[in-house]
Structures are given as C-alpha cells and as structure tokens.
Ligand binder design. Sequence first.
Ligand code: CU
Length: 178
Amino acid sequence: MSFRLAAIVTASLVALAGPATAGPGAPGHKDSASALLGSPAAKGQGRLVKVEMTDNAYSIAKVDVKAGETIRFQIVNKGTLLHEFNLNTAEEHAQHKPMMAMMMEHGMITVDSIKNLKMKMPDGTVMAHTEPNSVLVEPGKSAEISWKFTRAGTLDIACNIPGHSESGMVIPLTVVAR
Ligand SMILES: [Cu+2]
C-alpha cells in the first residue's frame, strides 16, 4: 500500500474482512506489484511523460500505456500548494485520503510544504509517506518516478491532499495488453 500506518490499517482491515471475505484471493489482498500493474524501474528509464501540477490540476488528462512499457513520469509543481503524484488503485486512493488529512493534522505536511515524512505516533506506530509509487512535491520543486507496467488494467494518478482530487487532480491511466 502506498501509505503505512501499520496499527490503524491492520485494525481496519481486520474490521472490514469478516470471516466470509478473509482468505486468499479476497479483494484487497492482492500483492502490490500485481495491484499496481508492475513495479518501480530505475530512475531515468522509460518513455517520458511530463506532468505539471498547478492549484489544483494536472496538465494531462490521461495516460495510455502498453503492457511491457516503462514510463518515466517527470513531475513539476508549478502551483503554490503542496501536491501529490500517487499512482494507485481507486481503492487505495480512497484509503489514503483520510491518512493524508491525518498527516496534515499532525503537522507532517502543511498546505505548501513537507515537514516530516516519517513520524512516530504517540502509540508507537510509525506513519510514513515513502512508497515508490507516490511522491509529494513542494511548490517550485520537481520529482521523477519510473514505473515498469507489466499487466493490463487501470489505475489513477491522484493527489490525495484534502480537497485536491475532488477538484480535479485525478489522471486515469490505462495499460492495454500488447
Ligand atoms: Cu494537490
């Protein structure tokens, strides 16, 4: 998953997965490489896709990929607010959103800056935002993610900072079989 909040996430998964849905093959139990249609590639690899972020929008409307392709996302934040580039399933985005709000409450991020992407919570769990499929980009900064897509399917690139995906910061990504 794109965001670890071990104790709370585990607790909520246990709460959601009753006896009827637990077990191999149950929804939400796919390994992340399969759920994310591939895996991280070495920095600088792949077909270049430039994405500009503004307040609150991405510069491109969609991304089309062929299975087997590596995409090099070059991400620039031209806005005045902090934005996220998070490649994920719709389900993970939905789970990630409240955690992003929590990060803001705890001062890990502000509306325009990153303070601390790894923080120990009072209960001893560590809240972190350090996954390879996701990056937070401060105003004026840039970032890169190279991703090798190996399976057909659909994902969303989204900004989960409160209010941003709701106001349009979502890019549908489709991987087609070759
Ligand atoms: Cu944003």
